[in-house]
Design a protein. Structure first.
Length: 284
């Protein structure tokens, strides 16, 4: 793809050509996505490093205008699309559409020499798609879209074509890639299949995709760390606690402090007195 210039709204990208593909600088991507600081892109990437393949991002040494040479992270168009999926700015949606339009043009311009008989069959395509959809259906809604986009992007980045155009002799490689992507996701169990003897509220712990612990809890129970409980009680509009209950908290806290003081006092008294020796080794 011979791209000499790319522009999105007021951002004109300085294209990095890698294998005849356009790559974009993180600083200009930050500007295009509505961030004021390049570090915003760095933070998004750092929180989601495992989602980006080597075909989607890299670090190269560049010399920005008026600056000394330094390492700069760059992203392919597919990497830029994933960044936009992970971004929460108002302009991110428009930017994603812009990137997809470029990728569509890239696909249309590709000269794929294999005949249709050399590409995946409908059954093979359905198998790959079925694996992705089954795993996606077991994920929370907030993670499902990210999982699907990342999976299809990995396939395209690895083979250089849409998954339907993958050569048949590469089918096993495609299966292995999708399997690795699926197995890397923490899959929650089907909550509808968990039997509870009675209706009510339950505290459930999940380990390795299985329910390892469950316990019925009162309707007015809440799960808070000690720090969050103190904060919730102290905040004006935080956790509502009745006046008698607040008094009980105060009494319990005073009792616990008194017990702790008694414990440390007794512990100090139980320590043997330290002997003081002179320089000659005699007890002073």
């Amino acid at each position: 793809m011979n791209t000499t210039a790319l522009a999105f709204r007021n951002t004109t990208f300085d294209i990095i050509d890698r294998n005849n593909q356009p790559w974009l600088r993180s600083g200009q991507l930050a500007q295009a996505l509505g961030y004021t600081d390049e570090r915003s892109i760095t933070k998004i990437f750092s929180r989601n490093t495992e989602e980006f393949s080597d075909a989607m991002t890299s670090v190269v040494k560049l010399t920005p205008q008026g600056e000394q040479a330094r390492d700069i992270r760059i992203f392919s168009m597919r990497g830029a699309h994933l960044l936009a999926m992970l971004s929460r700015t108002k302009i991110a949606k428009e930017f994603r559409k812009w990137v997809l339009d470029i990728l569509d043009k890239e696909t249309a311009q590709q000269k794929y020499s294999a005949s249709p008989a050399d590409t995946l069959t409908l059954e093979q395509c359905d198998q790959l798609r079925g694996m992705m959809l089954e795993a996606q259906s077991k994920l929370p809604k907030a993670q499902a879209a990210k999982f699907a986009i990342s999976g299809w992007s990995k396939l395209r980045a690895h083979f250089g074509v849409a998954y339907r155009l993958i050569p048949q002799h590469k089918f096993q490689d495609a299966l292995a890639l999708v399997s690795r992507h699926v197995s890397a996701q923490p899959v929650l169990p089907d909550m509808n299949s968990i039997f509870m003897p009675e209706d009510g509220r339950y505290l459930i712990a999940i380990r390795g995709g299985r329910v390892s612990y469950n316990q019925a809890i009162p309707d007015n129970a809440c799960v808070l760390s000690q720090e969050d409980m103190l904060k919730a009680i102290n905040e004006p509009n935080g956790l509502f606690v009745t006046t008698p209950m607040l008094a009980d908290f105060a009494v319990a806290s005073v009792k616990r402090l008194a017990q702790r003081c008694e414990y440390y006092e007794a512990k100090d008294k139980a320590k043997p007195a330290k002997s003081q020796f002179t320089a000659q080794g005699k007890l002073a």
